[in-house]
Ligand binder design. Structure first.
Ligand SMILES: *Cc1c(COP(=O)(O)O)cnc(C)c1O
Length: 469
């Protein structure tokens, strides 16, 4: 399996090469040359496999430069009941007739990003060990990504993490999750500024190519193909749990921000998983809902990006979206380069209204938007009717899902976080704190390991240089 860039660069690469890279050299994103197709015999064989073995079967279609036995061992080491809380790893539970929740948030940091990041940690350790190399991961987080990365990389040989976050702006629970880690290879940098300042610092450091090379700086952001392909697995796992035979269809509803999660659903569907609809849910930051309704993609500036009660979806520009557009316009790299490197840069928007009917008909995409009032109402209603407390992002997904349910087709809503991560909104909706998993009892009181720095790339570089050997 070879990988190409969405922007038409002539190079083709293998999995382990793109594993440790971010963007392609022309600024595009990597995708496989073609999607492997699953047939009825494969689906029949996969139904009933343990999650780790299902992951191996799917990943091995995309990864041919890791020996099969090693890849299987990596999957089995990653997807364990100890790490993910249940034997199913991504268990499905029925909410009402035809509507299910698929739990993706029982990993170490209680958000779905663990599903992919835990695998990435093991793949990084494996590949760096094989090459005898080291990698220093520099990132910016407003919460979920940073903690998922730290819990995936803690104690891993050959990897260090330098994670910037806006000082004092994450929820107390998120701060405690990250800052209580005492592993020597994890460095928390609280930046005196906002999330954008953290991102600017990461960009500034990454643009210093000499520094980047000398200190082997890398990233783990959501455009990494390995993260995306890991997420494909739970679409299959959800399908098998919701259906009794492989001639049935299901739909998925996905709380979306950077388009990483639902892009994995698109890949699963392209592989031949019988998916009727992919329902994309946004919050008040509705860039993607606007696109799927109108065909116009209009990115927003940071002052037009609202701070909402589903903060992990507060995005103004969806970093993985380019992958879907590539398929939508017939895999035309020159067109993609024009849309993303010229139109979007010059005008902040592009218009694919001529193609948008196909996004629905050929690719199954529909969308909707959910507001703070919708979240509160959905959390209250779900609690009252089913005795289940859901998080704010999942509430956006459920709200939008209900508008797109079709008779006879199970609708699977992806549960992307546990409510404890966004406790303040749960208290606002229900008047009481959500349940806290026992392993997180009292974490706010643990000693914290964090360095506060000004919003200054030079000082962050100094810190990294002093801690890399
Ligand atoms: C990251 C995140 C999302 C958005 O996922 P994307 O892949 O960026 O679309 C939704 N919900 C939660 C809880 C998240 O952490």
């Amino acid at each position: 399996m070879l990988y190409l860039s969405t922007r038409g660069h002539p190079d083709r690469k293998r999995f382990c090469e793109i594993l440790l890279e971010g963007l392609a050299p022309d600024g595009g994103l990597y995708l496989p040359e073609s999607y492997p197709r699953v047939d009825a015999a494969m689906l029949a064989k996969w139904r009933g496999l343990p999650y780790a073995d299902l992951a191996f079967e799917i990943l091995s279609l995309y990864i041919d430069d890791i020996p099969a036995e090693d890849l299987r061992a990596i999957c089995r080491k990653t997807y364990t009941a100890e790490v993910f809380g249940t034997r199913e790893i991504a268990p499905l539970r029925k909410l009402e007739e035809g509507v299910f929740l698929e739990a993706l948030s029982n990993g170490p940091t209680l958000a779905f990003k663990d599903m992919a990041m835990q695998l990435l940690g093991n793949l990084f350790e494996y590949e760096l060990g094989r090459r005898g190399e080291e990698l220093n991961i520099l990132g910016a987080t407003s919460g979920d990504t940073g903690s998922a990365a730290e819990y995936a990389m803690r104690g891993k040989k050959g990897v260090r993490v330098f994670m910037t976050s806006p000082h004092g702006r994450m929820s107390p629970f998120q701060q405690a999750q990250m800052f209580s880690l005492q592993d020597a290879n994890i460095h928390n940098l609280a930046i005196e500024g906002v999330f954008d300042d953290c991102q600017d610092i990461v960009k500034a450091v990454s643009n210093d190519l000499a520094f980047k090379r000398k200190h082997r700086i890398g990233t783990v952001n959501s455009i990494n193909w390995a993260r995306l392909v890991a997420q494909v697995v739970y679409y299959f796992a959800g399908y098998f749990q919701a259906t009794s035979a492989n001639d049935r269809q299901v739909s998925f509803a996905v709380p979306s921000g950077n388009f990483g999660n639902i892009c994995a659903g698109h890949v699963a569907r392209m592989m031949g998983l019988p998916v009727a609809r992919l329902v994309l849910a946004t919050n008040e930051n509705d860039v993607l809902d606007e696109f799927f309704r109108t065909g116009i993609y209009r990115v927003r500036g940071s002052k037009d990006t609202y701070e909402t009660s589903s903060p992990s979806m507060d995005i103004s520009k969806a970093s993985n979206f380019e992958r879907f557009v590539f398929d939508l316009v017939g895999r035309d790299g020159a067109k993609l380069r024009y849309l993303f490197a010229e139109e979007l840069v010059a005008k902040g928007r592009f218009d694919l209204s001529g193609d948008i009917a196909r996004a629905r008909e050929q690719y199954g995409f529909v969308s909707g938007k959910s507001t703070h009032a919708d979240r509160l109402a959905t959390i209250r209603d779900t609690h009252a009717r089913f005795g289940t407390v859901i998080d704010t992002h999942t509430a956006d997904g459920l709200k939008v899902a209900r508008a797109h349910v079709q008779a006879g087709i199970p609708m699977i809503v992806l549960e992307t976080a546990l409510p404890i991560k966004f406790a303040a909104t749960i208290v606002e909706a229900l008047g009481h704190e959500p349940e806290r998993p026992a392993k997180f009892a009292g974490i706010e009181g643990l000693p914290k390991r964090v360095t506060v720095l000004p919003a200054d790339a030079a000082q962050v570089k100094q810190f990294i240089a002093a801690h890399v050997s």
